[in-house]
Design a protein around this ligand. Structure first.
Ligand code: FES
Length: 575
């Protein structure tokens, strides 16, 4: 990069560098910390947005990692300031972290805007955190590096490797079927998550961290490093060093993000067998960058790029193995003929330069294009009369015989209805039935919870059945698997045709043809629509009311209408 800023060009200069009473106040407050003028004068101020918290084990190491970032910032001649932000701990935040993704995005943007910050380092990794931080930083528009929290170590139970989420669902079904004891279940609970870091399967966290690297916002290789590996604090220090130069170079997200960069990210998502959640987040991130990405682009690219990462839930291994196999750089090198290698990244170099010497070390973990793990795309988009704006599926994590199927519907009006009914001994259900869950979308959930992997009815579990077709307007955890069709848009709660599916109807799905069809006549659908009344709102005040008023549908990325790209927000007045 050739463009260099002068100290008087820095945003922070307006707070710290001028000779007036306001600047006096700002400087005196820095001195209150024990800093002296030479600590900040003429230096880029780097905001380290940290999503550490005492209830988020995925980010449990980020308090220390912020110190490593600061070390790098100091060494490179910057002035680091840590800014705590909301921590979206996937297992704890209710009703759903998705309700708060846009909240964290707004917080990130406004933290950066309202403080004297010249460049940002974003620390996070647990599911919604990555898109939230990046969406906020894109909207703010200052130079930014994203530091992924990294996956936790492999889980372990009696010598068997466990993956968070995926194996919890698996053993929960075994427990419900009476195949494992309370004591064994307790051992699984103690062994599934053994270190700080994100879920160690190719769930939403691993997917989104890799996508952040693929679009050019992380240092090369950063997303694959296990949270507790000593490479991780080294990567943090390097990120701190690099962001200072990025400020001088004025290397903003707008110069890095392009339609080609997002295509690279989608191709990486497909090759990894990434989480279905990514489709929502990537659409939202692209739209923040002013790139009108349509989710059908996922479907187009799914037809081109097979799954080559042999990682659960689509494959056999875990993210720790993926790292030993060479990590994301190696996987991108394996599909490099499909990528646009000229895309710029935070290094100031191109993606092609970043992966030039990358190699796969364990070919059973990262397969070649000639020997893919699955020819089915990781995420495909189906359309039809109950999902005119689309719905998504992960065929690579579903049994092949369910990819073309016609079955009778058992419809649940909402989660509570499903929870009451699904395990009843007298439920009239066969493996060919299709379970439908309505009112679990962005407004209906509310917050589009991860209820899309509906439980297999206990009656079928006892017969040895472990999968069946399930359709909802909910999301599904990236660690989940099965013949689950998700994100039906428009959702039932707003009167989308999905609201009119009833028990006893038949639905036909054909994944190859990308088709989903409710087998009732248009006249009957119109009759049901006329009889439908909108449900009562979930919230009458507070953040929830604002969320319900402004949230977009799944196919639009679920951003707030007033946060998508548009007129630039003015810099704050300083007086
Ligand atoms: Fe945080 Fe899975 S719970 S990444």
């Amino acid at each position: 990069m050739t463009q260099r800023k002068y100290p008087t060009d820095l945003r922070s200069h307006r707070w710290l560098g001028v000779a007036d009473l306001r600047s006096f106040g700002h400087r005196s407050r820095l001195r209150q910390f024990g800093y002296d003028t030479q600590d900040w004068a003429g230096k880029p101020v780097i905001g380290i947005v940290n999503t550490w918290s005492d209830i988020n084990a995925c980010h449990g190491h980020l308090r220390e990692r912020a110190q490593d970032v600061k070390r790098g910032v100091w060494e490179a001649g910057g002035f680091p300031i840590e800014l705590p932000a909301m921590s979206l701990a996937e297992p704890f935040v209710k009703p759903s972290t998705m309700l708060y993704r846009n909240f964290l995005a707004m917080e990130t943007e406004e933290l950066l805007r309202s403080h004297p910050i010249d460049g940002a380092v974003l620390l996070g990794g647990c599911d919604k955190t990555t898109p939230a931080l990046i969406m906020g930083a894109i909207s703010m528009g200052i130079p930014t590096i994203y530091v992924p929290a990294g996956p936790q170590l492999r889980g372990n139970w009696r010598g068997e490797y466990l993956g968070a989420g995926s194996d919890a669902w698996k053993y929960w079904d075994e427990k419900r079927a009476g195949n494992i004891s309370e004591e064994e279940w307790g051992e699984v609970e103690g062994g599934v998550s053994r270190s700080f870091g994100t879920c160690q399967v190719m769930g939403t966290a691993a997917t989104m961290m890799a996508i952040a690297e693929a679009i050019g916002l992380s240092l090369p290789g950063a997303s694959s490093i296990p949270a507790v590996d000593s490479s991780h604090p080294r990567m943090c220090g390097n990120s701190g060093r690099r962001i200072v130069d990025m400020v001088w170079e004025d290397l903003t997200p707008a110069k890095i993000l392009s339609a080609a960069a997002f295509d690279n990210a989608i191709k990486v998502h497909m090759a990894m067998g990434g989480s279905t959640n990514a489709i929502i987040h990537v659409v939202a991130m692209a739209r923040r960058a002013g790139i009108p990405l349509d989710m059908m682009r996922f479907d187009e690219l799914a037809r081109e790029v097979p799954v080559i990462a042999n990682v659960r839930p689509s494959g056999k291994y875990l993210m720790e193995d993926f790292y030993y196999a060479g990590g994301l750089r190696a996987m991108m090198a394996e599909i490099k003929q499909m990528l646009d290698l000229s895309c710029l990244t935070v290094t100031g170099q191109t993606l092609g330069e970043n992966i030039a010497d990358a190699k796969v070390h364990l070919p059973d973990v990262i397969h070649s294009l000639g020997n893919p793990v699955s020819g089915e795309g990781a995420t495909v988009v189906l359309k039809g009369n109950i999902a005119p704006n689309g719905c998504v599926m992960k065929p690579s994590a579903a049994p092949k015989h369910l990819l073309k199927h016609r079955g009778k519907v058992i419809a649940f009006e909402n989660y509570d209805h499903m929870a009451r009914e699904v395990d009843r001994d007298d439920l009239d259900v066969t493996p060919d039935h299709i379970l439908v869950l309505k009112n679990a979308g962005p407004k209906g959930g509310p917050g589009m919870p991860e209820w899309g992997m509906l439980p297999i009815p206990k009656k079928l579990l006892k017969q040895g059945i472990r999968d069946m077709v399930r359709i909802s307007d909910a999301r599904m955890s990236g660690t989940s698997y099965g013949a689950c069709i998700l994100h039906v848009a428009p959702e039932a709660y707003v009167g989308g045709p999905f609201a009119f599916v009833q028990t006893g109807d038949e639905i036909e799905i054909d994944v190859d043809a990308r088709r989903i069809h409710l087998c009732v006549t248009d006249e009957e659908l119109a009759r049901r629509r006329a009889a439908w009344t909108p449900p009562a709102p979930h919230y009458l005040r507070g953040y929830g009311a604002m969320f319900s008023q402004h949230i977009g549908q799944a196919d639009e990325g679920c951003d707030f209408d007033f946060l998508e790209s548009g007129a630039k927000v003015p810099e704050p007045e300083i007086h």
